[in-house]
Design a protein around this ligand. Structure first.
Ligand SMILES: [Zn+2]
Ligand SMILES: [Zn+2]
Length: 460
């Protein structure tokens, strides 16, 4: 077996690892690079392998940094199967279409500005074709994707449908068990189940996004959410929450519903201002089987995402109307790292108003507008204009959908509790600081840890 680390190597986006086994090449994820525009565009356009030479893709979950280059792969001639869980397939239908829409808009904009044709990375039609190559397999059901290559999805507890991947490869009479963590979630996240780490592996490829720190508890996060919404409502302001349309939006909505029910926040309107989030919410409603049945609200309510205060604004005109509407209100809008989407309009209109709050509930990668907000820069650039950042900025890390250092370590210990015991561990999906710190933790626990750079190639 050989592995090429083609993305999310020494960074968090562009997840993609190529596994060569038995004369086949199988990609684990095929994600989009995000961040500095020109750099990520260049990385996105160069494929790590000849699409005709790639035999299959195994997709851990629907987030765009894991699935977002699949349409480019299909556009370039890949005709193999893309294996994933049922909810991942359903979410990908919307997410890839949305991503294609963004690519098309970007290309149009560049064409106008440069006065020469700019080719989108891929189109809506490419995204639609990609769906036809996706085949879903439920959790915990081993599937022989090629003779001698068996894949099993286990719960990663990160977003709806998210999986860690167990890949067992028979090579010349020996079996190599490769475990790919995907993105690992957390115990107690709203709605979705807890991670169920595999036991035993020869080789582990594990994410390390928060390998250098621990999160506050979910309980503290909920208290802070209640306090921030209540305070902002008192000022008559808007709580503007940039959130991933898939996962975080539904979780925050679920938490707000619970807080209203517990009378811990005032009854103010909550706008879900993202067509993608609205579509994703409908996918959640299709997969209650993947919910955490132990949770109170899930037992109590049949219709978790629909209640009297929530408004879904699908049309652009409804979204724009929010700009002139007075607070208090909560607006949840994509994108999660404030790189695109309707949140930009709300910030352009509301970031300079001290009554408002910008509430950050997710990871903000380097070189994103979200990171500048977290750093509380005096101004932020939105649609080319410098806007003074006078709204209060609050950060709640407790809702992170990523395991923290302690949880990642526990996950690794669980993997080691079974047979075989991992002989090699590769850290991916983390910025350098987080990775170096987490490598030190794992090494002190006796693991053999490597941190590959992009396009590092290893023989197992
Ligand atoms: Zn993810
Ligand atoms: Zn990720």
């Amino acid at each position: 077996m050989e592995i090429t680390f083609a993305g999310a190597a020494r960074e968090v986006t562009g997840s993609c690892h190529l596994v060569h086994t038995n004369g086949r090449t199988i990609a684990l994820d095929f994600g989009l690079f995000q961040g500095r525009r020109s750099e990520s565009d260049r990385k996105n356009r160069e494929l790590p392998t000849d699409p005709g030479q790639l035999d299959a893709v195994v997709l851990s979950h629907a987030h765009i940094d894991h699935a977002g280059r699949l349409p480019l792969l299909v556009k370039s001639g890949f005709r193999g199967t893309i294996w994933c869980t049922p909810a991942t397939r359903d979410l990908s239908a919307y997410m890839l279409a949305d991503s294609a829409h963004i690519q098309e808009k970007d290309a149009e904009f560049l064409t106008r500005r440069r006065k020469e044709h700019a080719e989108p990375l891929y189109s809506m039609a490419d995204a639609a074709l990609t769906l036809e190559q996706m085949v879903s397999v439920p959790y915990d059901r081993p599937m022989e994707i090629f003779p001698g290559v068996r894949v099993t999805f286990v719960e990663a507890g990160h977003i709806l449908g998210s999986a860690s991947v167990i890949m067992e490869c028979e090579e010349r009479g020996r079996t190599i068990k490769l475990v790919f963590s995907g993105d690992i979630g957390r115990k107690g996240l709203p709605i979705i189940r807890d991670p169920a780490p595999p036991a035993g592996a020869d080789v582990v490829i594990v994410e390390s996004t928060y390998g250098n720190r621990d999160h506050p508890t979910m309980h503290d996060a909920k208290d802070r959410l209640a306090a921030i919404v209540t305070e902002t409502a008192k000022r008559g302001g808007k709580v503007m929450i940039p959130a991933f349309a898939v996962g975080r939006t539904q979780e925050i909505l679920y938490e707000l519903r619970d807080l209203v029910y517990q009378r811990r926040i005032p009854e103010i309107p909550i706008f879900i201002d993202s067509p993608l989030a609205i579509n994703a919410t409908s996918v959640f409603e299709l997969h209650p089987d993947a919910f955490d049945a132990r949770e109170d609200l899930i037992q109590r309510s049949r219709d978790v995402f629909r209640f009297n205060l929530v408004r879904y604004t699908r049309e652009a005109s409804e979204s724009k109307a929010l700009n002139t509407m007075r607070g208090p209100m909560v607006i949840i809008a994509a994108s999660g790292m404030v790189e695109s989407g309707r949140i930009l309009h709300h910030l352009a209109n509301g970031a300079d108003d001290p009554r408002n709050t910008i509430l950050i509930v997710g990871f903000q990668a380097e070189h994103t507008l979200g990171r500048r907000i977290v750093e509380r820069q005096p101004t932020i650039k939105v649609f080319g204009d410098e806007i003074p950042l006078r709204a209060s900025v609050e950060v709640i890390n407790g809702y992170s959908a990523h395991a923290d250092r302690t949880e990642l370590r526990e996950w690794m210990h669980h993997v080691r509790s079974g047979k075989p015991s991992p002989s090699r561990v590769f850290l991916v999906h983390g910025e350098a600081q987080a990775q170096d710190a987490f490598a030190a933790v794992l090494r002190s626990d006796g693991f053999h840890v490597e941190i590959p750079d992009r396009m590092t190639h290893v023989a197992i």
